[in-house]
Design a protein. Structure first.
Length: 305
């Protein structure tokens, strides 16, 4: 097929197959710029870790001036694009306000992210040092970016929060919606195939393994058969909970109590009390108080649970 014929076929497609064109519309956020923002945010959160050369302490103020100026300009521009898409009546002013709010919260984000790094180091016996965690553990990237994107989500910025978390998803295989609320000391071991939905809440000192899903049971449909947006659809996870590989926990009214352990491959549609353990014995789901289960394991000499 000659180039003119290809061109005409594509033009015909643009005219015929609408819905995936964005022509004569507002300028949308740039994927390339969002990628640069994600990388720059990681530099700010972890100074000296991702530089091409060593960063001396006395050089940090000038380095930070340059980096913050770059982030502020790009972030404000991309937020403004997002707000124009949402038909905000004052997109430029709103973008400047939201940019300032996010940058102001970076020290607090660093405080919380430090707890995530410590949780990874404490929670993985294979980890040799903090440097290895920050440089090589994908959970650091995806959780850190989600915490930043969550602020934009709270400010009702469209498009951009999902683009930031999708950069982390693409890099790590972990999909955390920017709306999810994460507590401190959060660790995702092996960090692959985890999905955390928009309305999920996760307490402090929670550890997930690979393949865990915190999802929705089903979607309420309107009269036209379309999913109803909004509403609580995803579970709440209490403090000091461990969820092992490929467990699936669904539903907005599902609550996992504090100090509970969810075994691998468990499928849960109902709440589990605090201080419990849930696991499969044959084809049956067993939920016991943890102290009772631990006594049974010790008595039987079976440490496989």
């Amino acid at each position: 097929m000659k180039s003119d014929a290809i061109k005409q076929a594509l033009l015909d497609s643009y005219a015929r197959d609408g819905g995936i064109n964005h022509l004569d519309g507002v300028n949308l956020p740039s994927q390339d710029t969002v990628t640069e923002l994600a990388r720059d945010f990681m530099h700010v959160l972890f100074p000296g870790y991702f530089e091409n050369t060593s960063l001396a302490k006395d050089a940090v103020p000038a380095w930070l001036d340059r980096l913050l100026a770059k982030i502020e300009q790009r972030l404000s521009t991309e937020i403004e694009k997002s707000l124009r898409f949402a038909q905000d009546p004052h997109p430029a002013a709103s973008a400047r306000r939201i940019t300032t709010e996010l940058l102001t919260q970076l020290p607090e984000i660093r405080r919380v992210v430090q707890t995530d790094v410590q949780a990874a180091f404490t929670g993985d016996p294979a980890a040799l040092n903090i440097e290895e965690i920050i440089l090589a553990y994908p959970c650091v990237l995806v959780i850190s970016l989600q915490r930043i994107a969550h602020i934009l989500y709270q400010q009702k910025v469209p498009l951009l929060p999902r683009m930031l978390t999708e950069y982390g998803h693409e890099r790590t295989g972990v999909d955390i919606h920017p709306g999810a609320r994460l507590g401190t000391h959060f660790f995702i071991d092996h960090c692959s195939g985890v999905v955390i939905g928009e309305t999920a809440t996760i307490g402090n000192h929670v550890k997930l393994y690979q393949g865990v899903t915190l999802g929705a049971k089903s979607f309420e449909l309107d009269a036209a058969g379309n999913p109803v947006k909004g509403g609580k659809r995803h579970p709440d996870i209490g403090d000091h909970v461990t969820i092992y590989a490929h467990a699936t926990i669904l539903g907005g009214d599902t609550q996992i109590g504090a100090h509970t352990v969810i075994g691998g491959n468990v499928w849960l549609l109902t709440s589990v009390p605090a201080h419990s353990i849930a696991y499969y014995k044959g084809d049956d789901l067993v939920i016991r108080p943890r102290h009772q289960q631990e006594a049974l394991i010790m008595e039987a000499g079976d440490w496989s649970i």
